[in-house]
Design a protein around this ligand. Structure first.
Ligand code: GLV
Ligand code: MN
Ligand code: MN
Length: 405
């Protein structure tokens, strides 16, 4: 029943902004590219007659029906990306949610609750090293201190929000009133290989891993790269490299769902002919189990604290997202729909973080996947089969219609 051509065309139109298939897509939160993408999706909302509000956390909310009369069924995802990412991460969920809402409106389908499509701001967190800020603001877990974080160019989160013509002093106003939502539903690409491997087309997600990001700074000494002998140096990057290798070994030993990644380093002064004086690196640590996550953090922190005596270090936590468990009621409904419609499905957990995970703190929330091709994601090669995109949107429509009964 959904309009497949419109769904595909909108995804392709959004992909015109901030990148291409060679370099990938870079729409970091609150940048010019993000602003352009936000304008485009607001245009779709206008076209379909949604009432548009934008809160001061940067979330764009398109509403249909009156939310003051009864709890809202919301759907959504994000349109910001990581640097050189793919065209479906987040975008798929946003455009599919809009398509579902438009199908309901155009066909006058019966939904007993007001609907919202939420485009969450800054899900990825690549720019300020703090993700999920839009959903956290809605759920009341955005901290005022985050406003002071600066990006690599020294622009603060506060300034970046201002540059979007929003008021950073009022981010807290984004918080949803109590019991505003009946359900939240998000569809996303899997970003892994489980569905494809088993030829399943819908992933019913039961849990999502927690994520803790540690920022580690190693203080060595900058020296002339020609004049100072190898034995006389305090090279912070060499020391950081040893720690990074140890972190990998620790994570392999932890096994299971436990993962730790160092994907971002800042080297100072970052000059080819100066021995690295200081290095900052970020350790992204995840597991489904809080206990195991905490154990891994402890082992990694202890390893860093045993750094060789010539160096000093500083370790701080910059992000902490708890593991989440999705609504079993919505999961059962998902199973029923898949069985009735003969959609091959699999119940699985998510290693990646999602806005739906944050939304579990205030409402009955569900997350669904469609297969990723070869599991590729956060890279230009991220891809899906269009037939799965259409099936995912049909499934989301069924979920909304059934959840509203
Ligand atoms: C979001 O993509 C994440 O980092 O899990
Ligand atoms: Mn995403
Ligand atoms: Mn992502």
């Amino acid at each position: 029943m959904i309009n497949k051509d419109r769904l595909r065309e909108r995804l392709l139109e959004l992909a015109q902004i901030g990148g291409n298939a060679t370099d990938g897509w870079t729409r970091l939160a609150f940048t010019k590219e993000d602003k352009l993408a936000r304008g485009l999706v607001k245009g779709y909302m206008r076209e379909m007659g949604l009432k548009i509000t934008c809160d001061n956390a940067g979330n764009i909310i398109g509403s249909y029906g009156n939310p003051t009369n009864s709890p809202v069924i919301a759907m959504g995802s994000h349109i910001d990306t990581v640097p050189n990412g793919g065209m479906f991460d987040g975008a798929l969920g946003v455009i599919s949610a809009l398509e579902v809402a438009q199908t309901i409106i155009e066909n006058k389908l019966n939904v007993n609750y007001p609907l919202e499509v939420i485009i969450f701001a800054n899900e990825e967190g690549s720019r300020f090293n703090n993700g999920l800020t839009g959903s956290r603001a809605i759920c009341g877990s955005f901290s005022q201190e985050e406003l002071q974080i600066e990006d690599n160019n020294g622009i603060s989160f506060y300034q970046a929000v201002q540059e979007m013509d929003l008021n950073p002093d009022k981010v807290y106003e984004a918080r949803a009133f109590e019991n505003k939502y009946k359900h939240f539903l998000e569809i996303h690409i899997e970003q892994g290989i489980e569905l494809e491997k088993e030829h399943k087309r819908i992933g019913l997600v039961n849990s999502a891993a927690g994520q803790v990001v540690l920022k580690c700074t190693i203080f060595g000494r900058p020296d002339h790269a020609g004049a100072i002998k190898m034995t006389q140096r305090k090279d912070a990057l060499v020391e950081a490299s040893k720690l990074i290798t140890e972190i990998q070994q620790i994570s392999l030993k932890m096994g299971g769902h436990f993962v730790a990644t160092v994907g971002k380093l800042n080297v100072f002064p970052n000059s080819i002919n100066t021995v690295p004086g200081n290095v900052e690196f970020f350790i992204d640590i995840r597991d489904i189990s809080s206990d195991k996550l905490n154990r891994g953090i402890e082992v990694i922190s202890n390893t860093i604290s045993n750094i060789s005596g010539e160096f000093s270090y500083f370790l701080e936590e910059v992000e902490n997202e708890l593991p989440a468990f999705f609504s079993s009621r919505l999961l059962d409904l998902g199973k029923e729909i898949c069985e009735k419609k003969n959609y091959p499905y699999k119940v699985l957990s998510s290693g990646a973080c999602h806005d739906a995970q944050v939304m579990t703190t205030i409402t009955d929330s569900a997350l669904f996947f469609i297969p990723s091709i070869n599991g590729l994601s956060h890279c230009p090669e991220e891809n899906v089969h269009w037939e799965d995109v259409f099936l995912g949107a049909e499934f989301l429509l069924e979920m909304v219609l059934n959840a509203s009964e």
